[in-house]
Design a protein around this ligand. Structure first.
Ligand code: SF4
Length: 186
């Protein structure tokens, strides 16, 4: 790997989504560093559980991992007024903007030229909304990891590595919606 190779900071939402995304980027020859920046996740115990799995995945792929500060109060202020929005709605667009802005700032701080996010692998996330949230952020790469069966590959790798797969997106609002859904379907 040459010293002037472009460096790529990958925002990671969770280990399952990261698995196939890292695999694709490393196969492409990218110099990848993971960035766990997820102040949206609630409660903190869940945050720590997802972080531990990402740490394990980073060791599996031998890629560096940086953890951002966890500031859920700041995130709540950022999405204030949008608490009742459904998933894929305006609260999620704000949430994407929060994570992408923090990743752009970290990439600049580290002198890394490119960044993107594993969020695009999920069928629950509209890639177009993600890319719109990144507008104006220098260095954003619109990698759409759900293409070429990325999500199916993430499930296969999650099974292979026995990764924890959560049943809600991350914030308390998505957790409540997931619990309501489970109650109705019982
Ligand atoms: S549902 Fe997920 S993407 Fe939407 S606001 Fe909550 S944590 Fe963010």
């Amino acid at each position: 790997m040459s010293s002037d190779q472009v460096r790529y900071l990958l925002h990671v939402c969770c280990a399952p989504c990261a698995s196939a995304s890292i695999e694709r980027l490393t196969e492409r020859g990218e110099d990848v560093t993971l960035f766990f920046s997820n102040s949206n996740i609630y409660p903190h115990q869940e945050y720590l559980r997802r972080l531990a799995e990402v740490e394990r995945l980073a060791r599996i792929f031998s890629v560096p991992l940086i953890e951002d500060i966890y500031d859920h109060e700041s995130w709540l202020r950022w999405v204030s007024g949008l608490e009742d929005e459904p998933e894929k709605g305006r609260r999620c667009d704000r949430c994407f903007a929060y994570s992408l802005r923090r990743t752009a700032e970290k990439a600049e701080e580290l002198g890394m030229q490119q960044f993107s996010t594993t969020l695009s692998i999920s069928p629950h996330k509209r890639s177009a909304s993600l890319f719109a949230a990144a507008e104006g952020l220098d260095g954003f790469v619109p990698d759409d990891f759900k293409k070429k069966n990325g999500f199916a590959r993430s499930i296969a790798l999650s099974r292979e590595f026995e990764l924890y797969r959560q049943d809600y997106c991350g914030c308390e609002f998505s957790k409540r919606a997931s619990q309501r859904h489970h109650t109705r379907s019982q």
